[in-house]
Design a protein around this ligand. Structure first.
Ligand code: ADP
Ligand code: MG
Length: 215
């Protein structure tokens, strides 16, 4: 893959305007992504798949949000985020959120909203990606987490997806002992990633306003 790409890029130096070369490079990128996703899915079944980190939830969610809102022109919203720490694999979670946000971008227009937010549910952290796009047909909801499943083949062939993104999100959630669910909205969809191992931060005295400080 790397060698093929190297040769194509060399040819591109000689012929910078070649449409055929651009198509070939795009196609290589697409195949590369599919291979990486298949490898990740295969690995997700191994017991040593996860490396548990102590994640500062606020910093993590803000960082993911900044990266995406910088690259894709949408009406981005960063919702509330509870302060606290999550025992989870940071790289895997980033991969899962990236797959959800990539889908949100793919299925919205620039004037439509994408919100990333989080909430605590006891010892669980619920990460939510909400978009105001065209949504998912109700009959497709049950199968979109399956490998290679796509709700709309015509749309997705053009968009180049292989139908592995949500299978990966699901595998990552399960490996953590959590889950990923989808809820169609009147306009768009809500994906919720539930993860155990959340420790809500008790507000330190320094965070309280003078009126709230104990006498
Ligand atoms: N935010 C979304 N809005 C509408 N449809 C979605 C959204 N996210 C996922 N889908 C549907 O679920 C299918 C599976 O998603 P995914 O597993 O990421 O595969 P891919 O993005 O490669 O098609 C998509 O093809 C699409 O039909
Ligand atoms: Mg996808």
């Amino acid at each position: 893959m790397t060698i093929a790409r190297g040769h194509l890029e060399l040819l591109g130096l000689e012929r910078p305007d070649s449409h055929d070369l651009a198509v070939a490079l795009d196609e290589l990128t697409r195949i590369d992504r599919i291979i990486n996703r298949l490898l990740l899915l295969a690995k997700s079944e191994r017991p040593d798949f996860l490396v548990t980190d102590d994640i500062d939830v606020e910093a993590f969610v803000e960082d993911v949000f900044m990266r995406w809102s910088d690259v894709a022109p949408r009406v981005w919203r960063l919702g509330p985020i509870p302060r606290g720490h999550l025992a989870a694999d940071e790289e895997a979670l980033r991969t899962a959120l990236d797959a959800l946000l990539e889908n949100a971008v793919k299925h919205t227009e620039p004037r439509e909203t994408i919100e990333l937010r989080a909430r605590a549910a006891g010892r669980e952290l619920v990460l939510e990606v909400v978009d105001g796009g065209h949504g998912i047909p109700p009959e497709a909801v049950d199968r979109i987490f399956d490998r290679f499943a796509r709700a709309d083949d015509a749309r997705n062939r053009a968009a180049g997806g292989a139908g592995l993104g949500l299978a990966i999100v699901d595998a990552i959630a399960r490996a953590h002992g959590g889950s990923c669910t989808v809820r169609p909205l009147p306009r768009g969809v809500l994906f919720a990633l539930r993860l155990p191992g959340f420790e809500l931060e008790r507000r330190s005295l320094a965070d309280l306003s003078p009126a709230q400080q104990p006498a």
